[in-house]
Design a protein around this ligand. Structure first.
Ligand code: AMP
Length: 398
């Protein structure tokens, strides 16, 4: 790891500002429906408090767009954190200002305070210097443990590092970089990447970057139909990105030129409507009739892909194999998730990018059977694209 982490700095007696990703889902009564983003920050929180530091936590929640919105207050997070830590969590009235500065100055070692939603101020996303300075006031160590926002240069992820040094990675970011980084730059081979999801346009840079690294590439999800179109096949009413057909052709040619095995499904589940109640059939990919659309990979493809997963020693997966939100088209995604779990049990390293594939793994109850599930959808995608994440780049070098 090229950047300093929590274990590289003295924390005793310091007031530490830590950026977390507490952007948790809430129901209509503002109850937290999934607290994994809070529990995944606990190792860093407990360590910092245990070292005798006073801890100021900050995060965004939802999209208040620069306005104070009570329904997007972080108060429910403070309460849940209190339960999880068994410790009082002081809830600040705002994230900057004289009242907050006073609370910070009164915070004793071992005490923890949560600042109010950063995005109640439009300056946060604008990475405003003065806002970063106000946010940093009174703190002498900065910790970034919010992998989910590491791909954004905001005041709380990038701006503060110009005001507070050292700026170090928390344990969660350290773990993300270890697993994602090793999977890409130093994998046990063969390395297999599986890409799915609706659109090829969102994944082109990932495919291009992975071409340099992988031994095999599986493509599933809605984006296969643009590839099939590029191969001259009829795809009925399946999802198509007309303006990406030429690009898909280039990618197919490039894979062939480089000797990379690019695996596309052999069969698909088709439906006569985009609905869970639609009539469905399984057909070879050459036989999609007019008026029907492909919504999942077929059973033969599930078997072929599962075998490829079993043969790999490192697997990176990003994006569902079909329209998995509808149970009728979730089987392909489930089979891939189960194949990953089985490969993990056999000693392979398996890494799932955040977002839909992480949600799918959870829905099938396989969370603890995968080596690493990223907490950041957008951030892990940008990492796989080979881009530098501004929130990480800004941290102090080792
Ligand atoms: P993405 O955000 O690009 O990763 O795409 C995820 C979305 O792709 C999910 O909401 C899936 O329902 C959708 N999806 C996957 N396969 C298909 C398909 N064959 N047709 C339409 N949508 C799909």
């Amino acid at each position: 790891m090229a950047k300093k982490t929590l274990k590289d700095v003295v924390l005793q007696g310091k007031t530490v500002l830590m950026r977390c990703d507490f952007n948790v889902p809430l129901d209509e009564h503002r109850n937290i429906t999934d607290d994994r983003r809070i529990t995944s920050a606990l190792p860093s929180i407990k360590y910092i408090l245990g070292q005798g530091a006073a801890l100021v936590l900050c995060s965004h929640l939802g999209r208040p767009k620069g306005e104070m919105k009570s329904e997007l207050s972080l108060k429910p997070v403070a309460r849940r954190l209190e339960d999880l830590l068994g410790l009082k969590v002081i809830m600040a009235p705002d994230c900057v200002g004289a009242d907050v500065d006073k609370l910070k100055s009164e915070l004793a070692p071992g005490q923890v305070m949560l600042l109010e939603n950063l995005r109640f101020h439009k300056e946060e996303e604008k990475n405003d210097d003065e806002f970063a300075r106000r946010l940093a006031a009174g703190c002498t160590v900065f910790v970034n443990d919010a992998f989910g926002t590491a791909h954004r240069a905001h005041a709380s992820t990038e701006g503060v590092t110009h005001v507070i040094q050292p700026a170090v990675a928390g344990f969660l970011i350290e773990k993300e970089l270890k697993y994602l980084g090793e999977a890409i730059s130093n994998p046990k081979r063969p390395l297999l990447a599986i890409l799915g999801g609706a659109k090829i346009s969102g994944k082109i840079d990932v495919v291009k970057n992975l071409f340099d690294k992988v031994d095999r590439l599986i493509v599933g999800g809605g984006m296969i139909f643009t590839f099939f179109k590029a191969m001259g096949k009829e795809i009925g009413d399946s999802l198509l990105e007309e303006d990406r057909i030429a690009m898909a052709k280039e990618l197919l040619d490039e894979a062939e030129k480089r000797g990379i095995t690019l695996m596309l499904p052999a069969d698909v589940v088709i439906a006569d409507a985009f609905s869970n109640d639609a009539d469905t059939r399984v057909v070879p990919v050459d036989e999609i009739p007019v008026g029907w659309m492909g919504l999942d990979i077929g059973p033969q493809s599930q078997d072929i892909f599962s075998k490829a997963i079993a043969e790999a020693r490192t697997v990176i997966w990003n994006g569902p194999m079909g329209a998995f939100e509808m149970p009728a088209f979730a089987t392909g995604t489930e089979k891939i998730a189960r194949a990953l779990a089985a490969a993990t049990a056999e000693g392979a390293t398996t890494v799932v990018g955040g977002g839909d594939s992480a949600a799918a793994v959870s829905a099938f109850g396989l969370d603890d059977k995968i080596t690493h599930i990223s907490t950041g959808g957008g951030a892990s995608l940008e990492f796989l694209e080979g881009k530098k994440l501004p929130g990480i780049e800004a941290l102090t070098d080792k």
